[in-house]
Design a protein around this ligand. Structure first.
Ligand code: DX5
Ligand code: ZN
Length: 228
């Protein structure tokens, strides 16, 4: 059985002064996991937020918090994210000298480990550690900013992950992040992704509830799931 598709609103494009309201609106629209982009100004050319904001978000919603760490030396910060209330934590293949150790550390702190691939990083590099992960996050833009264009060859990477999951008899989820929007979401779902992160398409137009609902409807149709 394929997992049901889920929409993960990315707060990167939300109004940070009204974060609780923005998250609540996205949740009313059907968002089921909140995607939190952590950037350090080193691994990516932008700076966002850290454990204190995660701690506040934890009080604002009961939804799982999916923390996407775009930072150098993630191991140093994993305990602080656990303490702050993160549920899922993903680290970049490109940022981890000892990826196996980083994934173990995340699991050891009671969180669901994920691994992230930049657009230029090959899926096959992950084969040996796939049994350890709850999700693989395919970056479909170069990380650092919201509102960028979806990179089309990301669809091949999603299809390759679906194949690998089958070959290896595993159950990890396939998450896609970057340029997920009304005109790309159907192809992304048809390629086999089930966790759909969207920032600009959710918060950019000022109607997060309506836009989450519309994105989900298109995604469910593409997946052949019931559209309520
Ligand atoms: C980019 C972030 C994304 C970002 C996606 O580095 O990882 O989560 O919010 O933004 P959109 O959906 O606007 O492309
Ligand atoms: Zn992200």
């Amino acid at each position: 059985m394929m997992p049901m598709v889920e929409l993960l609103p990315s707060i990167l494009s939300a109004d940070f002064a009204r974060l609780a309201d923005e998250v609540a609106a996205a949740e009313r629209g059907g968002g089921t996991v909140i995607h939190v982009d952590v950037m350090d100004g080193h691994f990516v050319p932008n700076i966002t937020l850290g454990p204190p904001v995660v701690k506040s978000l934890r009080k604002a919603t009961t939804l799982p918090l999916d923390c996407h760490l775009m930072i150098e030396n993630p191991d140093e910060y994993i305990p602080a994210f656990a303490e702050a209330g993160a549920n899922w934590v993903s680290v970049h293949y490109e940022a981890c000298r000892h990826l196996h150790r980083s994934l173990e550390l995340i699991a050891h702190h009671g969180m669901k480990p994920g691994v992230v691939l930049n657009p230029a990083t090959r899926v096959n590099l992950l084969t040996d550690i796939l049994p350890m992960v709850h999700h693989v996050l395919v970056m479909s833009v170069n990380p650092g900013f919201g509102g960028q264009q979806f990179i089309p060859f990301s669809l091949d990477k999603i299809r390759r992950l679906v194949e690998l999951r089958k070959e290896l008899g595993l159950g990890f989820r396939i998450e896609v992040d970057g340029g997920v929007a009304h005109d790309t979401i159907a192809a992304i779902v048809q390629a086999g992704a089930d966790l759909l992160v969207a920032g600009n398409a959710v918060f950019g137009g000022g109607h997060p509830e309506r836009d989450v609902r519309a994105l989900l409807m298109t995604a469910r149709e593409a997946a052949g799931e019931p559209v309520q």
